[in-house]
Design a protein around this ligand. Sequence first.
Ligand SMILES: [Fe+2]
Length: 217
Amino acid sequence: MTIKGDQLYELGWLTIQDMSSLHPSFDNLPEDKYAEKRLRSRRYSCYRHNADGSVTKLSQKDFMQSSNINKHVGDVERKYEPLDPSLETNPVFLKMFEEFRERTNLSENSAIEVHQIRWHCAKRVKIPAPEGVHQDGFDYIGMFMVNSHNIDGGELMIYPSPDEAPLLVKQLEPGEFMILNDKRLFHYAAPLVPRPNKDEGYWDLIILTANEALQSA
Ligand SMILES: [Fe+2]
């Protein structure tokens, strides 16, 4: 199970790099009540990515990770509001599925889960991944950077194991993505650091995840 050849992760750029059409959908994300207060806001939906490039929304479900995977909020059924339906015809959003499926060889029937997350960062440093160096419990994860406003830090890091030095440390730019094999690699994100004398900072990502065994039909 690799990304391509024997590669376990891949970096890339979306062919459409103007992310502005996605920005309004980040402005009304409900607070993630399963995280530290004012750490992040979030929506969650599941889709199937069709051969013609469209997506079909799958029925809404709760999101749960086992406590073996997530020491922070494992074994908790997390209820999130679905993504804005207008995203389903947004060309940038659709490109993310295309890149994700092409690089992972996921079948058309695969169920792809999508987390739309804004991390908030004003006045003090925030730890975006309080669970530490971790896996998410999927076969593949795709992290797509949409916007980074008035913050520094937040480098994404990939590790062969939690005890080893990172293989990669990379601050993603808007339009850039990282797709990785979540069974073989671990990941983390460096602290978010607010810039002084600025309005509230935020960090917007869309994260796609999939398991080969999880089929939509
Ligand atoms: Fe993660």
